[in-house]
Design a protein around this ligand. Structure first.
Ligand code: ACO
Length: 431
């Protein structure tokens, strides 16, 4: 970070403190409070990090008011339309769009790391068949550190590189196998003649009993879903990966922590929750009832796939996802999909309601993704694993950036303590 000559003055108990202010290449200025506790003896208070930049980064930029998402400066709609997932992976990891030769080498490297250690199958077999695929993924990805010892030394740049490639390459196999195990079908091995998305579809949907042809339309739609979820700056799961790795933990353990965080319905679990909600609503005439419930302070119900911590305008990924939903359903010959009809009518009615517009609640990426995934044949339980596999490159890129940053130190927030102060232990018979 370059030194800044801008400052902010903070007055605490009548005493003034000068705090450096850093200007980013885009986005709001940042007040640097790193020395505040040492100088003034106070902490800042920001649960949920609503006003706190936790790191500096050059990977992804979001302008929530404009509804803009850039990876290394490139707008997400251009990447979704013109690029493909592995090229976006390269961009996120290395900072630039690759030249043809570099892309070919990268794709070959990823393709050649897609197999899992054969013994990992036994690990899968330890889970109950009815385990949620996310539960399996948290366990299996964490267990990678027990299988790939030669890429856990985070001080070695070569091992970091190998770990990144392994995580991106093996995640489709891990997710597909979690699905296969869950459904009781045999595991399908990856194939090197298929592209990343086609390979994933084949590992999920083929069975040894018959040939499986990957539908190129579905493969393209799958690739676009991966691309749209690839990274999203310091979201909850990425911050979890960064915090876990700040202690020096190995990358597989850190990404397993990211998967655990992503699972929650306020984050990656929202696509499953959203489809379940659309199913529950069932028909357009029931939408007002659900909108009223979402507005009712005494009802915990929220419109799933609506609202975002950062976007206070349309989530640009939702716009692409909505188009994609139309295209995929059209190409699959699915007419009048009731969930898509409910989703579109719900979006329209919510955006006509002052509750949602005043609070700047718009559809997010999860609002339409479930409809596409369901049309492709995935059960709802696979929606969040697919998000996890797509986001792996984001976690890995942010992790690599953090480890290479000389300012990197263990993440250790403080607190506003509101509990009892020092008191004497009371013997049990006197309580
Ligand atoms: N439905 C109804 N009201 C909502 C919704 C919603 N989906 N989202 C937010 N609100 C309301 C809140 O009740 C709150 O109202 P208040 O100010 O009167 O108390 C206000 O909008 C602000 O909401 P917060 O929860 O404070 O906003 P926050 O930034 O913490 O939450 C979140 C963002 C978690 C995404 C929230 O909008 C939500 O729960 N959405 C539904 C779940 C979802 O779709 N998550 C996916 C996020 S995108 C992703 O992870 C890929």
């Amino acid at each position: 970070m370059t030194e800044s000559n801008k400052t902010a003055t903070l007055t605490i108990h009548g005493k003034e403190y000068e705090l450096p202010v850093h200007s980013p290449t885009a986005g709001p200025d940042v007040v640097d409070i790193r020395k505040l506790y040492g100088q003034a003896g106070v902490f800042t208070y920001d649960p949920g990090f609503t006003s706190t930049a936790s790191c500096d980064s050059t990977i992804t930029y979001i302008d929530g008011d404009k509804g803009e998402l850039l990876h290394r400066g490139y707008p997400i709609d251009q990447l979704a339309a013109k690029s493909h997932f592995l090229e976006v992976c390269y961009l996120l990891l290395y900072g630039e769009l690759p030249e043809a030769k570099a892309l070919e080498t990268f794709e070959t490297t990823i393709t050649r790391h897609t197999m899992l250690h054969e013994q990992m199958q036994y690990f899968y077999r330890g889970f109950r068949r009815d385990a949620h695929p996310m539960a399996i993924m948290v366990g299996v990805v964490g267990a990678m550190s027990a299988f790939y010892h030669d890429s856990t030394d985070i001080a070695d740049p070569h091992q970091r590189e190998v770990a990144s490639h392994r995580l991106i390459a093996k995640m489709p196999t891990i997710a597909a196998w979690a699905y296969k195990y869950h459904t009781g079908q045999p595991f399908v091995y990856p194939r090197n003649d298929l592209d990343y998305a086609s390979n994933f579809l084949r590992m999920c949907f083929s069975v040894p009993a018959e040939e499986y042809e990957v539908n190129p339309i579905l493969s393209r739609a799958m690739d676009r879903i991966f691309t749209l979820h690839a990274d999203h700056e310091q979201n909850a799961s990425t911050s979890t990966v960064r915090l876990a790795s700040s202690s020096g933990a190995n990358p597989f353990a850190c990404v397993a922590a990211g998967i655990a965080c992503l699972w929650g319905p306020a984050h990656g679990g929202a696509n499953q929750a959203c489809l379940e909600m659309l199913e529950e609503i069932g028909s357009v005439d029931r939408i007002p009832e659900y909108i009223n419930r979402a507005k009712d302070k005494d009802d915990p119900f929220r419109l799933m796939g609506f609202g975002h911590r950062v976007y206070k305008n349309f989530d640009p990924r939702a716009t692409v996802m909505k188009q994609s939903a139309d295209e995929v359903l059209d190409l699959l010959g699915i007419e009048n999909n009731p969930k898509l009809q409910v989703a579109k009518a719900l979006e329209k009615q919510a955006l006509e309601d002052p509750y949602f517009t005043e609070k700047k609640l718009f559809p997010n990426v999860d609002f339409y993704s479930g409809i596409i995934l369901e049309a492709m044949g995935f059960p709802t339980s696979m929606f969040t694993p697919i998000f996890a596999l797509s986001r792996t490159v984001g976690w890995v890129s942010q992790w690599k950036e953090m480890i290479a940053d000389p300012q990197n130190k263990i993440g250790r927030p403080r607190q506003l303590y509101l509990g009892e102060t020092n008191r004497d232990y009371v013997d049990i018979e006197k309580r």
